[in-house]
Design a protein around this ligand. Structure first.
Ligand code: ADP
Ligand code: MG
Length: 392
């Protein structure tokens, strides 16, 4: 298998989806929609402290075509990247049979959207194709949710605003797959814009499009292809430690804290680990805001420095990295053409995001392949558009 995943492009995916729809359902689909994967550039482990995130949408998309079928059954077909075809049928939200989570697991992402679609939706037939790798940390889950929601808007004529759409898709993921995710994924997948990153304020849920014209640079996402077994307590523990720091400062969250507050925490003799977590959050919030500011002036050198600082902080203070992510970042650190690199996502595995000269990307891939012990997969991207209808 190749080490680089290449975006197939909307046109090729649309052709594949239409052909499959005609083959399975014996007619042409009435509408189509697609939604991209995403990667977070900076702002990690601060969403639950009401901080900021700065994701971009990727050129990889999940595309869905479909038609209403005048029944109360939803019939879905998904052609996976491996070529395997999976199918599922379940009652629509207009059926007298209640819609409940269950097997197959993948259907829950669609069921959640159907159950939360405003005004309800009758039966429909649909085919899904995608070049967003599943479970690789690029948010194929938000892509399938938001693509489905956008298709249902076209089929029913019921439309909602983008923030509402993101919130309903987040609710869908909470209720049906049972994943207590934040709002970032659905938000950027809905609102991504070509050559822009989206600065999302996790407190107000307001967002700002930040121009990110990369010129001779590119975003290289390296999937470490490792996912360390967690006990399940790592994430809630860090949330609790951050809340403890905020409580000790008499603040609603660490969003309101300043670097000087770390001295106050020290004076109160708070636990060393709580202090480390608080430092990460306070400084990462400042770094994310700074990236938003300097990117407008195309100061990508500074962006790169902040990437490295963010990684070191996640590794040493938040302690959510792992040897594999640290190794990939260290390989990038010494390499020509690299401005900065950091782990992205929740940690303990997953991806590294690197800002580098386009002309050096091939060399970087070779370097990682020669030194990294695992089996990395690369995605070379530019910031891309969010969810949209596709013209059939
Ligand atoms: P990520 O969002 O990082 O890719 P998740 O575990 O959150 O990983 O979501 C992946 C799951 O979403 C898959 O295991 C599958 O159940 C579902 N999924 C995503 N895309 C598709 C698709 N195109 N077809 C079927 N299921 C999909
Ligand atoms: Mg996901």
């Amino acid at each position: 298998m190749s080490n680089e995943a290449i975006a197939k492009g909307e046109a090729a995916l649309l052709r594949q989806a239409r052909d499959k729809f005609v083959a399975v359902f014996g007619r042409q689909p009435a509408a189509g929609a697609c939604a991209p994967g995403r990667v977070n550039l900076i702002g990690e482990h601060i969403d639950y402290c009401e901080g900021f995130v700065l994701p971009v949408a990727l050129p990889f998309v999940t595309l869905i075509v479909g038609s209403l079928n005048n029944t109360t059954e939803c019939n879905l077909v998904s052609v996976l990247g491996t070529g395997e075809v999976v199918t599922t049928s379940f009652p629509s939200s207009k059926s007298s049979v209640p819609l409940v989570p269950g097997a197959p697991a993948w259907a829950n992402y669609i069921k959640g959207v159907v159950a939360n679609f405003p005004g309800g939706v009758g039966g429909f037939d649909a085919v899904i194709v995608s070049d967003v790798p599943m479970g690789a940390g690029l948010s194929s889950s938000a892509a399938i949710e938001v693509a489905t929601f956008t298709l249902l808007e076209a089929l029913t004529g019921n439309k909602v605003g983008p923030v509402q759409k993101a919130k309903l898709c987040q609710k869908a993921e909470h209720e049906f797959p049972g994943m207590p995710c934040g709002i970032m994924d659905q938000y950027i997948v809905t609102m991504g814009k070509k050559d822009h990153a989206l600065l999302i304020d996790c407190r107000s849920l307001e967002s700002q499009q930040i121009p990110m014209e990369l010129g001779d640079l590119a975003v290289l996402v390296t999937n470490s292809n490792v996912k360390h077994q967690l006990t399940g307590s790592e994430y809630p523990q860090r949330r609790a430690q951050c809340q403890e720091a905020a409580d000790r400062l008499g603040l609603p969250s660490l969003r309101d804290a300043k670097v000087e507050d770390l001295e106050k925490l020290k004076a109160q003799k708070v636990d060393e680990v709580v202090l480390m977590r608080a430092r990460h959050v306070i400084e990462e919030i400042a770094r994310t805001e700074e990236v938003g500011r300097v990117m407008k002036n195309k100061d990508f050198k500074r962006v790169g420095e902040l990437f490295y600082q963010s990684h070191d902080s996640l590794s040493q203070l938040m302690q959510v990295s792992c040897p594999e992510l640290d190794q990939i970042v260290d390989i990038m650190r010494g390499a020509p053409g690299v401005l900065g690199a950091r782990m992205t996502g929740g940690g303990f595995g997953g991806c590294v995001v690197t800002l580098a000269k386009k002309s050096e990307i091939e060399n970087l891939k070779k370097l990682v392949l020669s030194q990294y012990k695992g089996k990395p997969i690369f995605f070379v991207s530019q910031p891309s558009d969010g969810a949209r209808l596709v013209k059939l």
